[in-house]
Ligand binder design. Structure first.
Ligand code: PA5
Length: 441
């Protein structure tokens, strides 16, 4: 059994299937794992993420990445991460877990901004006006293909602002651009070579949404959490892979089996904190792009409890049945530096909370998740729970790698190639054509 330290740090409770005890998918899950580890699945050339953590921990580039992160941390007041999809969501997830929307005002070190994922000029303007107040700032441009339009457009505008800051001195501007992209090909790689930008590699055998433990995610993770924690993150990920080799009921398999057993079209990922918003955004991209093709897949959607119990809770309780199953993702955020807040009686104030004085916010949050679990289960929506401390780098690494494995397994069982995204490619192409031909008709 995989009852090691990390496995204990990520626990799950998936109640047995009401009708067939959940046994019918185990064979398919184990067969899919064999195809994944044996590289006999579709897209097998894109499975290098499975053994990436141990490989990268022992590489020369890993040491260079750590040095560069420390240098960036010391030198700049702000970093703008430019990217979209798998080249955006992991970094955003890390800052979100650490400090939510207030990350930049809560922590020392460079402020982190993200651009290149939308076309909203006001968003860009807001970031540019923040940068005006910074003594020195840099761009980390992330794109595996190097040719995605949205980040390329954001980079174009940012780089021209960087050049303005140095009165057109390209040499100075170029010291402040870092590229994370393919080792050899693509527009970004070419620009990095021509302009001398410091570059890190997204390996050939690792696609965008599986790249969160390469420099794509490690660069923002190290900036936000310190480079020492990077090893913890990678070791946690490595353990997740090892557990799959040694335990037929490893967490990654249990989660895959849980997702597949219902034959429901929608998975509702419910978190207990707004700071997990981008963790589930990251999961949505991972599972949505990995499975959703050829008319198949489980549609991942999400919400924060208790916030969304007061909006979508009604649908989860009594809406269309046979459509949604719920997976609660619970992290113990109450263990803050300050301890937890306690509800106290305020003299002279009749606030209706008499029965709850002495209770903590953590206890209230737990009660809300439990209330939803019991109610939604009774209402007929299957409900499962995953618990881990997202602030614990090892547990987070273990969770992330387990998600990669689960997503790949689910796609293999569903009979689709986990590692391509033809639908994404098509819209990229049509968008570029539409924009290029504007006014030509
Ligand atoms: O998972 C994927 O491959 C995609 O979501 C990509 O991450 C996304 O389209 C961005 O691509 P790129 O990194 O090539 O700019």
């Amino acid at each position: 059994m995989a009852n090691n330290e990390n496995m204990r740090k990520v626990t799950c409770e998936f109640p047995p299937h009401a009708e067939h005890n959940g046994n019918d998918n185990w064979e398919a899950v184990n067969t899919a794992w064999k195809a994944l580890k044996g590289k006999s699945c579709a897209g097998a050339e894109m499975t290098d993420w499975l053994h990436w953590p141990e490989k990268y921990l022992n590489s020369a580039e890993y040491n260079m990445l750590k040095k560069t992160i420390e240098e960036i941390y010391r030198k700049y007041e702000a970093i703008v991460f430019v990217g979209i999809g798998g080249s955006y969501l992991t970094g955003k997830m890390f800052t979100d877990i650490k400090g939510g929307e207030l990350y930049n005002s809560l922590y020392g070190g460079p402020k982190c901004y993200f651009l290149g994922y939308d076309m909203d000029a006001s968003n860009l303007e807001d970031v540019l006006s923040e940068l005006e107040n910074c003594k020195d700032w840099a761009i980390v441009y992330i794109s595996k293909s190097g040719g995605t339009f949205e980040p390329a457009a954001a980079f174009n505008i940012l780089y021209s602002n960087l050049l303005k800051d140095f009165s057109g001195n390209k040499g100075e501007a170029n010291k402040r651009v870092y590229a994370i992209t393919d080792a050899e090909k693509g527009i970004l790689k070419n620009m990095a070579n021509e302009n001398g930008w410091t570059s890190f590699v997204i390996p050939d055998g690792i696609g965008g949404r599986f790249s969160g433990l390469t420099p794509v995610g490690l660069m923002p993770f190290g900036l936000v959490n310190g480079v020492g924690e990077m090893e913890e993150l990678l070791l946690g990920a490595q353990e997740a892979t090892y557990d799959c080799y040694s335990d037929a009921k490893a967490f990654a398999f249990q989660y895959a089996e849980w997702r597949l057993r219902h034959n429901h079209a929608v998975e509702y990922l419910a978190t207990n904190s707004a700071r997990l918003t981008y963790l589930v955004e990251w999961m949505k991209q991972l599972f949505g792009e990995t499975e959703g093709k050829e008319g198949k897949g489980i549609f991942p959607t999400s919400g924060v409890f208790p916030r969304d119990l007061h909006s979508l809770g009604q649908f989860l309780q009594e809406g269309l049945r046979g459509l949604i199953f719920e997976t609660q993702i619970i992290s113990p955020f109450a263990e803050t530096n300050e301890g937890d807040y306690v509800l106290e009686q305020i003299p002279g104030l009749k606030d209706g909370l008499d029965k709850f004085y002495g209770r903590t916010l953590a206890e209230a949050g737990e009660a809300a998740m439990h209330g939803a679990y019991v109610a939604h289960t009774k209402g007929g929506n299957p409900c499962g729970i995953i618990r881990f401390d997202a602030h614990d780098s090892r547990a987070l690494g273990y969770f992330m790698q387990s998600m990669f494995i689960s997503a790949a397994i689910c796609a293999i069982v569903l009979g689709v190639n986990p590692f391509d995204q033809p639908g994404v490619e098509l819209h990229k192409q049509v968008m570029k054509e539409t924009l290029a031909n504007l006014g030509n008709e």
